[in-house]
Write a protein that binds this ligand. Structure first.
Ligand SMILES: [Zn+2]
Length: 275
């Protein structure tokens, strides 16, 4: 208990420092009975309040995780008992050490080799799995599914039951363009999103952008398939990469956030994949 109390004090101190800096927007918003959405600027994580403790998705970073740990203790009186990592990219996956005193960290087997690397997680996982893992904890069931390689090679989607919420990071961001030139992994992304569509869930809680549903996963997969087909047609016609990047448009998706800014980068990524 003494260790936990010290950890909470450290977390509260970190939270105070951040509040004073005033440039980080954080919030905890209820999604279902037990599932909450944690916003940290433009990154989102999941928190599930169970009878036996709080189960969190990604830590995002050490300051975010410290804020979250203190907030969950003050609002719900719960320790963080599990951390379910979505994938190893450092913008979602650093700061796991904040939860390590009280939580068991679960991740895909490939996560571990990225620990400590540049843009990797900062804390190793305690439990690794290959394809699927089911966790029963505090009256909730967590179904973890490895969705294959594409955006990274250790991407895990967690469905919480009975809430039927899926925590889906980076491969579907409802109403927003895929990140810049991450589309260089277009085939893998399409296959990862297809794996998400095969899961049974009602609410899609993303790592970026607004909450959605399975329809957002389908729309994103269709966008990537259409983009790939358009770029392939242009390449077949002998156009240069510069030409294709400058001319390919996706008007059906013009209302997505970051459309103007990221479309040329999305095209560039797909050109790289197909050349
Ligand atoms: Zn990522």
């Amino acid at each position: 208990m003494r260790v936990s109390a010290l950890a909470i004090c450290a977390a509260l101190a970190a939270g105070t420092a951040l509040a004073q800096s005033g440039d980080v927007k954080r919030s905890l918003t209820q999604v279902t009975d037990s599932v909450w959405r944690f916003d940290n600027n433009f990154h989102v994580s999941m928190v599930v309040i169970t009878d036996e403790g709080a189960v969190v998705g990604d830590p995002i970073n050490a300051e975010a995780a410290s804020w979250l740990e203190a907030e969950v203790m003050s609002r719900f009186g719960k320790e963080v008992t599990y951390m379910l990592a979505s994938h190893s990219h450092g913008d979602h996956g650093s700061g796991g050490e904040v939860f390590a005193d009280t939580a068991t960290i679960i991740a895909h087997r490939n996560y571990q080799k990225a620990v400590g690397q540049e843009f990797g997680p900062t804390e190793p996982a305690d439990v690794l799995f290959d394809d699927n893992l089911t966790l029963e904890h505090g009256g909730r069931t967590f179904e973890l599914t490895y969705v294959g390689a594409g955006h990274g090679d250790d991407m895990v989607v967690t469905v919480v039951r009975p809430d039927n919420v899926a925590f889906v990071v980076d491969i579907v961001s409802p109403g927003r363009m895929p990140w810049r030139n991450s589309t260089s992994a277009v085939d893998g992304m399409i296959s990862q999103i297809s794996a998400v569509e095969a899961l049974d869930f009602d609410i899609l809680l993303p790592g970026h952008a607004a909450n959605g549903t399975k329809a957002d996963a389908t729309e994103t997969r269709e966008y990537l398939e259409e983009l790939k087909a358009k770029v392939q047609t242009e390449l077949d016609a002998g156009k240069s990469a510069e030409d294709i990047i400058a001319t390919v448009k996706m008007p059906d998706y013009a209302d997505w956030a970051n459309y103007e800014e990221w479309l040329p980068l999305n095209v560039e990524g797909v050109v790289t994949a197909l050349q």
